[in-house]
Design a protein around this ligand. Structure first.
Ligand code: PHE
Ligand code: ZN
Length: 874
């Protein structure tokens, strides 16, 4: 493609060099002003390398240098150089104090990296490399310094001034200004720095740690949102307790602060003692937030809290180690959520996400190892691979070492590395040393990209009464890695007899085992199997692989009814549905009838009123269009949509009375406990099948949805009905759309849903509708949540984004061009679906490549977007 490598110079993991200089202390003085903020910095440098260095480079971006002094003396121009990438000092002394004063422009900072002014507040975002947009610095995670910061701001608009650590002094000054000084006692990398100024109210609570210390908890939001912080606060306290109980980790500061903003590039940020959150993961009330939103808050609050140990106390040596904190912390938050809610349902959701985002990434041109070898823009590596696959690797280590062994390992990891910037290798070594284990082969998982394919073949020998299982593995090539090694794959398994019971494996009384498939092919024989058995493999999804298990429909249907592993029970049903759907894609019209095996599996779930309703809802939901597409050599966009629609309406029709019964049976007063949440979920699944059953019947099932929309006393039910009505391909819902907007126009998070649901509608007029949305008065290019609600949602609307005439791609590319000038990080992330072009037919391929070329030709292409395009179409 036309992008030159000058735009995208690569940084290699193998080039890591230790710091030549330490910064022991940094003292900042910041005068907040939306247009012209001045930042004075005083840095204490100490040489660490034995040899003197010629030049010392400090990172800096978009800074206007006003003053520079060394050891109190103004530095002559011959002693330094300033360019686009920062400030270079010539022949630096062994030890010195550098003082700089720079000017920056927070209101013009629409990239939301560094210090920015949005929604009337000053906020910072320094991960990964935002601090260099605030002052000249050694902006790399292995530079740990003690921070002191004094904020000055107008009392009127910024009554609240926050930074990391403890507030040690404050006061008033002339001109309606005031100031506050904050000190963080723990040395930290600059990416964990944060400061906030604004007119915020705080919800306050306290937490007493296991050693009896009181920690003040504060959640800062706009005054009117104070009553919407309950879920966030309760989740925080639960997370603090959980980390003490499960990992023995206690909080270390006297104060834990969370600030919510509508303008944020990601979900949230774990800045030391001062988390900054996308308001989506803080604010919730029953009227405005769905059950899914509530769960999202619980998990993100916990995630950021857990970073205090996995990320902050023990931090990263360099950005190639990103998964050291993210994979481990995602694993921890997943386990926390599993303990707080239903473990089985949690695992199903985690795997759904992995398959929806990470598997496609790992199979396309953006594939990279969990520990990448090179990058151009680190922002592009906050990926599903680093996060979700990284978490799966930690989960496998947990499985291989066992719960106690894993805990011994993390104890040693914290003991050895507290206060240091370390590597993934250090983590694996701690696990090894604490368990006298050899994980040398496991390391390949971190180095090798691609999703392994595991094939299973089993034979029952009635004469010998043995069951022989052969497993083999292979990993497809990925960019830059054509040859792949086998990896150790923990396969949790059981054998299930004709009565539906797990048999003893090898007479040792174990009914479940973890086989470790390390070689390309391995065989296991289980003796004393007096009955024919069916294998239940990869229970709990014990490894991030694709499993090809040669089972007939009858066996799958059997497992779907009796398997006691929730994940595998769900998987068996999904597999049956998938087979029906793929058959429907091959031969449109074959989904005339419900295949027997699938019918049996669904019927069993529908009839079993004793089961957890949330789990039932999962069992009764069909695979997504994207997941179906992933299973095909060429994604047949429209045929998939039609086959899935047809199957939905067959299931709706076939079980109509059961759905109706469920729907009426599951009404209940609104409550927030797990059972009530599950009942709402299942009831809304029933409602969707009722609506889909329409086309077989005279009666109009959307009436139920209309009624639910009007009568609902909570957002979960209201939104479920709203979505069904707005996305119905035949009915018109103009009145409902208007009503919803009018009711919720003052609630940005709700209006995001209003935008997204329209952009995801599988309707013929959706593209036109989306064009209107972009000029709607409530649309704002500078607010990432809003942009994602329209453009992000659009890319997960298969039939519209991938419209055969290329209209979706062309429209999309134009919008990304525009966004790139405003917020490159978000533009690059949103553009990644275009990288999947190889998976489509020739006509779509051409159109997708054209869209990529349109982007590549953009003037002032950001490094973020350039790298994505370059890798998508090299
Ligand atoms: N470190 C944050 C998290 O995972 C994510 C993040 C990355 C936020 C970069 C902002 C910028 O919790
Ligand atoms: Zn994280």
């Amino acid at each position: 493609m036309m992008i030159t490598s000058e735009n995208t110079p690569l940084i290699h993991r193998s080039d890591y060099q230790p710091l030549a200089y330490l910064i022991t202390d940094i003292v900042l003085d910041v005068h907040l002003d939306p247009d012209n903020t001045e930042v004075s910095a005083r840095l204490h440098f100490q040489r660490q390398s034995p040899e003197p260095v010629e030049e010392l480079h400090l990172d800096g971006e978009g800074l206007e240098l006003l003053e520079i002094r060394q050891d109190g003396q103004t530095l002559p121009e011959s002693a330094y150089r300033v360019d686009d990438s920062g400030l270079t000092l010539f022949q630096p002394a062994v030890e010195f104090i550098l003082e700089t004063r720079v000017r920056i422009h927070p209101a013009a900072n629409s990239a939301l990296s560094g210090l920015y002014h949005a929604g009337g507040q000053f906020l910072t975002q320094c991960e990964a490399e935002g601090f260099r947009r605030i002052t000249y610095y050694l902006d790399r995670p292995d530079c740990l310094a003690k921070f002191t910061v004094t904020l000055h701001g107008p009392q009127q608009t910024c009554p609240v001034l926050l930074a990391n650590g403890n507030c040690v002094a404050q006061g008033e000054e002339a001109g309606g200004l005031h100031w506050a000084r904050w000190e963080d006692p723990y040395p930290k990398p600059a990416y964990l720095f944060a400061m906030v100024g604004g007119d915020l109210a705080a919800m306050r609570d306290t937490f007493t740690t296991q050693s009896g210390r009181q920690v003040a908890l504060e959640i800062y939001v706009a005054e009117r949102d104070l009553n919407a912080c309950g879920q966030a606060m309760e989740s925080l306290k639960r997370a603090m307790r959980w980390d003490e109980e499960v990992y023995g980790r206690e909080y270390d500061l006297d104060r834990y602060m969370i600030v919510a903003t509508d303008s944020f590039n990601m979900g949230a940020m774990e800045n030391k003692g001062l988390n900054i959150f996308n308001s989506k993961y803080v604010l919730a009330s029953p009227e405005t937030a769905t059950d899914t939103d509530y769960l999202g808050i619980e998990s993100v609050i916990a995630h950021e809290y857990f970073h205090n140990w996995t990320g902050n106390r023990v931090t990263l040596r360099d950005w190639f180690q990103l998964s050291l904190k993210e994979g481990l912390t995602v694993f921890r938050d997943q386990e926390f959520s599993a303990d707080m809610n239903s473990r089985g349902v949690q695992r199903i959701g985690d795997v759904r996400r992995l398959r929806a985002a990470q598997f496609p990434e790992d199979a396309g041109p953006l594939a990279h190892p969990v520990r990448p070898d090179a990058y151009s823009e680190i922002n592009n590596f906050y990926t599903a691979t680093v996060y979700e696959k990284g978490a799966e690797l930690v989960r496998m280590l947990h499985t291989l070492l066992g719960k106690e062994g894993f805990r011994r390992g993390t104890d040693l990891y914290f003991e050895r590395h507290d206060g240091h910037a370390v590597t993934i290798e250090d983590f694996v070594e701690a696990l090894e040393d604490a368990n006298h284990a050899d994980l040398s082969r496991f390391r390949t998982w971190y180095a090798q990209a691609g999703t392994p394919l595991v094939k299973a073949q089993g034979i029952y020998d009635p004469k010998a009464q043995t069951y022989t299982l052969t497993l083999s593995q292979s990993t497809p090539p990925t960019p830059g890695q054509s040859r792949k090694e086998p990896v150790p794959i923990p396969v949790r398994m059981a054998l299930i007899n004709t009565q539906g019971a797990k048999t003893a494996l090898d007479g040792c009384g174990d009914h479940e085992k973890v086989l470790v498939l390390e070689e390309a092919t391995q065989t296991w024989t289980f003796t004393e199997q007096s009955d024919p058995v069916i294998p239940s493999l990869l229970r709990g999804f014990s490894a991030p692989v694709r499993l090809e298990n040669a089972l007939d429909d009858q066996s799958r249907s059997f497992l779907a009814c009796v398997d006691d592993d929730p994940f595998n029970r769900w998987e068996s049903t999904q597999e049956l549905a998938l087979q029906a759907l793929l058959a429907g894609v091959q031969n449109p019209g074959t989904v005339q009838q419900l295949p027997d095996a699938l019918e049996r599996a669904l019927a069993a779930t529908l009839q079993d009123g004793t089961m957890d309703p949330a789990f039932r809802a999962e069992l009764l939901s069909l695979p997504s269009e994207d997941y179906i597409g992933e299973q095909m050599p060429v994604i047949a966009v429209d045929a998939i949509h039609q086959a899935r629609d047809a199957l939905l309406s067959h299931i709706g029709h076939h079980f109509h009375d059961a759905w109706l019964h469920l729907y009426h049976d599951l009404v209940g007063a609104y409550a927030r406990d797990g059972l009530s949440i599950g009942r709402r979920r299942l009831r809304n699944v029933a409602l969707s099948y009722l609506v889909f059953s329409d086309r077989h019947r005279e009666d109009d099932m959307t009436l139920h949805a209309r009624q639910q929309y009007v009568q609902a006393d909570n957002m979960t039910d209201r939104l479920a009905a709203f979505q069904l009505l707005v996305q119905h391909p035949l009915h018109d819902a103009e009145d409902i759309l208007m009503d919803f907007y009018q009711k919720w126009q003052d609630y940005p998070l709700v209006i995001d849903k209003w935008f997204a649901i329209q952009a995801m509608a599988p309707r013929a007029d959706t593209l036109r509708q989306v064009q209107h949305l972009l000029v709607h008065p409530a649309f704002d290019w500078k607010v990432p949540n809003r942009v994602r609600a329209v453009l992000g949602a659009f890319t997960v609307n298969p039939t519209v984004f991938h419209a055969a005439d290329g209209s979706g791609y062309a429209f999309f590319a134009e919008q990304i061009r525009r966004l790139d000038d405003i917020n490159p990080q978000t533009a690059a992330r949103l553009a990644t679906p275009l990288s999947r072009w190889q998976r489509y037919d020739d006509v779509r391929q051409k159109a997708m490549i054209q869209a990529l070329q349109l982007l590549a030709a953009k003037p002032h292409l950001s490094r973020d977007l350039a790298e994505v395009i370059q890798r998508a179409y090299p």
